[in-house]
Design a protein around this ligand. Sequence first.
Ligand SMILES: NC(=O)c1ccc[n+]([C@@H]2O[C@H](COP(=O)([O-])OP(=O)(O)OC[C@H]3O[C@@H](n4cnc5c(N)ncnc54)[C@H](O)[C@@H]3O)[C@@H](O)[C@H]2O)c1
Length: 320
Amino acid sequence: MLERGLHDRRADAHVRQPGQSGTRGRAWQADAVPGRDGRGVPRRERAQPGDAGRDGSPAGIHDREGGSGVSLRDRAVLLTGCTGDIGAAYLDAMTSAGANVVAVDLDDGTELAARASERGPGKAVFQRCDITDDSDVHSAVRAAVERFGGLDAVVNNAAVYRGLGRKRPLEELTLEDWDTVLRVNVRGTWQVIRGALPALRRRGGGRIVNVSSATARMGTAGFAHYVASKAAVEGLTRAAARELGKDGITVNAVSPGLVDDGATRALNDPGYVAAAAGARSLPRDMRPDDLVGALLWLIGPDSGFVSGQTVIVDGGGVFA
Ligand SMILES: NC(=O)c1ccc[n+]([C@@H]2O[C@H](COP(=O)([O-])OP(=O)(O)OC[C@H]3O[C@@H](n4cnc5c(N)ncnc54)[C@H](O)[C@@H]3O)[C@@H](O)[C@H]2O)c1
């Protein structure tokens, strides 16, 4: 069965179809990644609900040692918001899967990228980039073309999240609060898509993954501007999927639940985070690496006929 699956995939690779983002005349590789050393993936002391052992047993300790099985070898990815905890987890996962990543942020991620490169097998370079500045975006895309020969995928992870500050009733938000969040989270995401398109089209197709938030469905109180921005990201995802499918570009979103990371702890008291964990079907804290499987799938070779979708990763907190 496995043999047949691989055979079929290789055979299919000869015929490019919309949704297959083959570059230089070939489809995304589906070969397995050589063993990884589990770098950057925090190990847990005890099994938690939703964890799976390497044999798939639910009681196993969460451990992606040996790889996710997704190969992004020789693929060039632009990742925004790389210095937050979630962005750093994405960076580590993608370079571990063999991708070469241009990692961008407002904050300095030079060391983060250097460490990811050292661990390999993919390489990472950091570039400072404000996603709301077209010239920054263009130079990030140019960096991918110059360093890695082109661009195959974009992960739009940057957002105003940690910077939201305290929760406030919607009538206390200022016009400036509103405009800042919408400008970065929605307009910036669109600017990165727009800036990356020529390079993606030159490759004959590609993948775009936008990062939404389960708050868009929860309607979480206190962050009306953020919730609205993430709902807009999901709408943008569908519109872009519709427009770009003819170019072989898939556009999807990952929608995380409340992640127990530095940004969340800065914004919420521990009781709130614990209550969110307890309300899940899988009642435990969510960590950045819980998002990695969905991301790798969406930018990898096996999701070529999936577009315009939002994948909620929140331990079964809200349902689509
Ligand atoms: N942490 C959570 O619980 C959670 C839940 C749902 C969704 N998300 C989303 O996941 C993504 C990552 O979240 P995080 O927890 O790492 O948050 P974070 O705030 O730590 O990271 C966001 C990153 O985006 C960068 N950024 C902000 N404005 C930028 C700009 N104009 N140009 C370039 N970079 C900019 C920030 O510097 C930061 O490094 C965000 O899109 C966030 O909305 C997070």
